[in-house]
Design a protein around this ligand. Structure first.
Ligand code: HEM
Length: 400
């Protein structure tokens, strides 16, 4: 297989090939790779080394997120939420909006949500271990991040299931034949849902993130409904699927590396260190992207204004220039400066929450599960941005 023949924008590439073989080849021979245009679709740069990925993330003067930050929008020519949704906003507006969102999120995430996440996770893992067999994706992982983020936002429990279904179709797909139109429909449904909830909270304020955003001001002006709705959308999309895929991926990793599972179980590594390695290893968000603002030279290549530059976290996190033995899953790895949550001005707003969720899962597994075995074929996602499994049948033998 040559990298030249592989279409890095095609979701099937990541279910058909071992992407790590592709990344290894690119890092070694072609670290600033040009993926040529195909029909109407523009070409794009593919950066795979840790130092390049980190440098692009850091520099929001040379590279903007306002014309999209993932291939789907970048290749379509832009993101209609630009300048309003945090992840696709730059400059002073980004700084102000990020401040407002951190303020709405942090006290709740830090004080109240952690305990709830741990209790919910503990209950789900204990029940799965009691039953012995489960699809870890559907029976455990699907129930944790969506509950957390919906509780934070103030989504009533009766609607969690609907939002889970919609977020699952909005960014990636569990079906190879899914159409881009299905994704658009799912995104629109989520936006409409939040528009109703914002109206409701404006009328009857509660102690939740939606109410906090509805009462927030930038330059003395209240955020308008579109701003709130789009950012609720980004919290639910950003907060659900990535954490869920990391959780499912951790189980897959323990099945493949039983000695690491034993280290965790027997307390030979801390849960915090293990969570970082799970985040590096699973890298659920494979790529992000930017658009070049003005012509510049990059490692001997000429980037022109308007060029699309993609940065591949899944490759940077296995870069042999940054990590010793990067293809070894080592729960005690230190240092472990992975780029799973990005870097710089757009660094993940939910990183703390993501870490709390993964740590809660590892701790619950350690306490309730003795042995983890595969119990059927796992199913990989079809996506060029998200990596992981939508189905992972396992046997969880109870711990002593
Ligand atoms: C940004 C990954 C969990 C909300 C990002 C970025 C990455 C990322 C790589 C940077 C995007 C860019 O530079 O264009 C992840 C992973 C997670 C996770 C791997 C879980 C394991 C969460 C959670 C939330 C969240 C739980 C919500 C509570 C956001 C938001 C941004 C963001 C709002 C945009 C920040 C900005 O542009 O300033 N995430 N995320 N993420 N994430 Fe997360």
């Amino acid at each position: 297989m040559t990298v030249g023949a592989v279409d890095l924008a095609d979701p099937h590439t990541y279910s058909r090939h071992d992407p790590h073989a592709i990344w290894r080849r690119l890092r070694a021979d072609d670290p600033v790779h040009w993926q040529p245009a195909e029909g109407d679709r523009p070409g794009f740069w593919v950066l795979t080394r840790y130092a390049d990925v980190q440098a692009v993330f850091k520099d929001n003067r040379a590279f903007t997120s306002e014309r999209g930050n993932v291939l789907a929008t970048l290749l379509a020519g832009g993101d209609s939420a630009a300048g309003r949704m945090l992840a696709v906003t730059d400059g002073a507006r980004h700084r102000d909006l990020r401040y407002v969102m951190l303020k709405a999120l942090s006290p709740r995430a830090l004080d109240q949500v952690g305990d709830k996440v741990r209790a919910n996770t503990d209950r789900l893992v204990a029940a799965a271990a009691e039953r012995g067999r489960c699809d870890f994706a559907a029976d455990v992982a699907e129930r944790i991040p969506i509950t957390t983020i919906c509780d934070l936002l103030g989504v009533p429990a009766a609607d969690h299931e609907t939002l889970l279904r919609l977020t699952k179709s909005a960014l990636s797909s569990e079906r190879p034949d899914a159409q881009a139109l299905d994704e658009v429909a799912a995104r629109n449904e989520i936006l409409l849902y939040f528009a109703d909830l914002v109206d409701e909270r404006r009328a009857r304020p509660q102690d939740d993130v939606i109410t906090a955003l509805a009462q927030s001001r930038i330059d003395g002006r209240l955020l308008d409904e579109d701003d709130i709705v789009l950012n609720c959308y980004s919290l639910i999309i950003g907060g659900d699927e990535t954490s869920r895929l990391s959780m499912i991926g951790s189980l897959a990793a323990f099945i493949e590396h039983p000695e690491q599972w034993r280290r965790l179980r027997h307390g030979e590594v801390t849960v915090a260190a293990a969570a970082e390695e799970v985040l590096r290893w699973t890298s659920p968000a494979m790529h992000f992207g930017r658009t070049v603002l003005a012509e510049l030279d990059w490692a001997g290549h000429r980037f022109r204004a308007g060029d699309i530059v993609t940065v591949w976290i899944s490759s940077a996190n296995r870069d042999e220039r940054q990590f010793d033995d990067p293809d070894v899953f080592d729960l005690g790895r230190t240092p472990n400066r992975h780029l799973t949550f990005g870097f710089g001005p757009h660094f993940c707003l939910g990183a703390h929450l993501g870490r709390v969720e993964i740590a809660a899962l590892l701790d619950a597994l350690r306490r309730h599960v003795g042995e983890i075995r595969p119990d059927g074929e796992p199913q990989r996602l079809y996506s060029n941005v998200l990596a992981g499994y939508s189905r992972l049948p396992v046997v969880l033998a109870g711990g002593a």
